[in-house]
Design a protein around this ligand. Structure first.
Ligand SMILES: Nc1ncnc2c1ncn2[C@@H]1O[C@H](COP(=O)(O)OP(=O)(O)OP(=O)(O)O)[C@@H](O)[C@H]1O
Length: 640
């Protein structure tokens, strides 16, 4: 490569003995060059700072040029900058091959590839004192738009420099790529989820309709198709997921990392952002904000946040009870009225709380969820209120902020508030009244501003009458009380199942066989959506290519459960769909008609039966029911 470059240098009429020519462009012309490369300049500067920090005091400098090799910006150690000046390595000077013969910047542009030129590999003798590592920076269409270079004293050569320069150039490219995506879908992906958002991630953009637009180098490498072939593809043909399924996924209140498949069959993880009319309407913004535009981008982002798809609206899937809940919530949202959500385990209380937060003016702030039932009593206090350095002896000396302060400026969600010990109820009440938190071991109170949402499956009024819950706290929490219906009461069951399938399927379109749906409709779902979600996930894994969930794909213990329920229930008139669809089962009773009368009794009976059928193994029963072991213990205790 160096040899060829030397030949080219000679052909430009250069002589190795030539003196470095100093004729930097004047200030006005350089300003024009920088203006023409405004985005490159803005995105590269912080990356250069970062790169420089890693090589500081090593007799090196970091250089950014445009596509013609004009030096736009330099950063370096003072004594080396002085030396560099002597060979015209300074702003406004052009380091193209035509002007300076073989050199890392000019040769990287000529060959469009990362280039190391060391000491006497330079064409001009004057430059033999240098060692230079340069990487071209490509725009999303694959054109060289500039060069990032580290140049140093040839005695200070370090073999890791080239890798650092290449990584930094890639970082600039990724940021330019993300910034260039206007309307459409941007997918950030990798085979390992922890690499999303890093230099290694693949980035692909599609039109809002899902047609391929551009891919960064890592994406092309991972997909394994040549650039021209990519243009014939769509989101669906490349990643096995249609646009509407993707939009649906991002309408959920807390979207998970997507799991998708490349055409090669390789499984990848992805996050997407969807921009319409240049506003972020769904997904996370992974792009970096260049400092020059930070202000403008900040307000654009706030604007985008307000455009985010309403998560409460997403949860409104046609059930009248849920619609009424959402109607009430919409009226109080943003008024910092404490909300108390009642509902059985797994009915979506946390999802609803997150949706309220997402739709509130606090959406830009944190959403912090604390499950009071899952933290040991002795730890709830420090977990919630935090503690000072030295409040504990031993390993936990360092102090902790505590969840309440973590939620400052946002929403604190206290799940299973009924499980909060009485002494802590008093402390919580004080925080709510005084809007101040005092960490354990501290004499100082810290002001805090949180919006509070609590949830419980318990009847707090009954607890008050038994002296287990403070009445004053109860009145402080119940600004608005809403109740989420259990799954067995929901009239939109089929719609929710369809949404769950679309959100979970990683690109495949699943359907449910009619007999399975009939079975689902007659089941009483003690674990509610949590149980349903787990069951669907397992069933989807079991399906064949036709993507239909049939009886044979349902877990055996669920079917056993159904059989037992049916066997012990009194004979009921069977809905026609179920009679034909379920010959193997005796008709299952609707939960309301179960022996014992109340839904709690029905639930308890199911738990006891499941325990029986699993030889008293609480973990196995919890798994089958899709509820926690704690819930099982709690329910059984409640019965005594
Ligand atoms: N309306 C819904 N549509 C789809 N999935 C839902 C819905 N509601 C809840 N889920 C799913 O069900 C699971 C349980 O939801 P969530 O944790 O919000 O319930 P919960 O009532 O807070 O449960 P617990 O009381 O046990 O803490 C989650 O995986 C959630 O995504």
């Amino acid at each position: 490569m160096v040899e060829k470059s030397h030949e080219r240098s000679a052909s430009y009429g250069l002589d190795a003995k030539d003196n470095p020519d100093f004729c930097p462009m004047n200030h006005a012309d350089l300003t024009v060059v920088i203006e023409q490369n405004r985005l490159l300049h803005a995105y590269a500067l912080p990356v250069m700072e970062n790169l420089y920090e890693q090589i500081v005091n090593t007799n090196n400098m970091v250089i950014l040029t445009d596509a013609q090799g004009v030096i736009m910006h330099t950063l370096g150690d003072d004594d080396f900058l002085e030396k560099a000046n002597r060979v015209a390595l300074t702003r406004g000077v052009t380091w193209s091959e035509q002007r300076r013969g073989t050199n890392a910047i000019g040769t990287a542009i000529a060959d469009a590839t990362p280039t190391l030129v060391h000491a006497d590999e330079h064409y001009l003798r004057a430059n033999h004192i240098l060692t230079c590592s340069a990487a071209p920076i490509f725009n999303p269409s694959g054109k060289v738009i500039g060069v990032l270079d580290v140049t140093g004293d040839c005695n200070s050569f370090h073999r890791h420099t080239m890798a650092l320069v290449r990584m930094s150039a890639q970082m600039i490219e990724n940021q330019l790529f993300a910034a260039s995506c206007e309307d459409g879908i941007t997918l950030h992906f990798h085979t390992r989820p922890e690499f999303i958002g890093t230099l290694m991630e693949g980035i692909v953009t599609f039109t809002p309709g899902g047609r391929f637009m551009a891919a960064n180098r890592s994406a092309m490498f991972q997909i394994g198709l040549p650039p021209q072939a990519l243009f014939t593809h769509t989101l669906n043909s490349l990643f096995g997921m249609g646009v509407s399924a993707l939009y649906d996924h991002y309408r959920t209140a807390a979207p998970q990392v997507l799991q998708m498949c490349l055409p090669s069959g390789v499984k990848i993880y992805a996050r997407a952002s969807i921009r319409l009319s240049n506003k972020l309407v769904a997904g996370a913004e992974l792009a970096f904000v260049p400092p020059a535009n930070a202000q403008a981008q900040h307000s654009a982002r706030q604007d985008a946040d307000s455009q985010r798809l309403s998560s409460l609206r997403y949860l409104n899937t046609g059930d009248p009870q849920v619609a009424a809940v959402i109607g009430k919530l919409t009226k109080v949202i943003g008024r910092d009225i404490p909300i108390l959500i009642n509902g059985e385990t797994g009915t979506g209380k946390e999802l609803l709380a997150q949706a309220i937060h997402n739709d509130s003016p606090r959406a830009g702030g944190p959403f912090v969820a604390v499950n009071c039932a899952s933290i040991p009593e002795t730890l709830i206090e420090s977990e919630l209120f935090g503690y000072e350095d030295g409040a504990f002896t031993g390993a936990r000396k360092k102090g902790s902020v505590g969840k309440i302060l973590h939620a400052n400026g946002g929403t604190l969600f206290l799940d299973e508030i009924g499980d909060m010990p009485l002494n802590l109820q008093a402390r919580l009440l004080r925080v709510l009244q005084e809007r101040m938190v005092t960490p354990l071991g501290s004499a100082k109170s810290i002001p805090v501003n949180v919006s509070l949402i609590c949830a419980t499956h318990r009847n707090l009024r009954d607890m008050i009458s038994r002296g287990e819950f403070r009445e004053d706290l109860y009145y402080r929490l119940n600004g608005l009380v809403v109740k989420l219906p259990p799954v067995r009461e929901r009239t939109d069951f089929e719609t929710v199942v369809a949404k769950l399938l679309a959100a979970e399927n990683g690109g495949r379109r699943f359907t449910i066989a009619p007999d399975v749906m009939a079975l689902f409709l007659r089941y009483n779902w003690p674990g509610n959506f949590r149980q349903l979600t787990n069951l669907l996930r397992t069933a989807m894994v079991m399906t064949d290519e036709d993507n239909e969930i049939r009886m044979e794909h349902l877990p055996e213990d669920f079917l056993d459960d159904m059989r037992q329920m049916a066997a012990s229930a009194p004979a009921e008139p069977t809905p026609p769909a179920a009679t034909t669809a379920l010959p193997a089962f005796a008709p299952a009773a609707a939960p309301a008609a179960m022996p014992g009368g109340t839904l709690e009794d029905a639930e308890l009976m199911l738990i006891q039966r499941t325990l029986q059928s699993h030889g008293g193994n609480v973990s196995a029963a919890a798994r089958v029911l899709g509820i926690s072991r704690n819930t099982i213990y709690r329910k059984l205790q409640g019965q005594q």
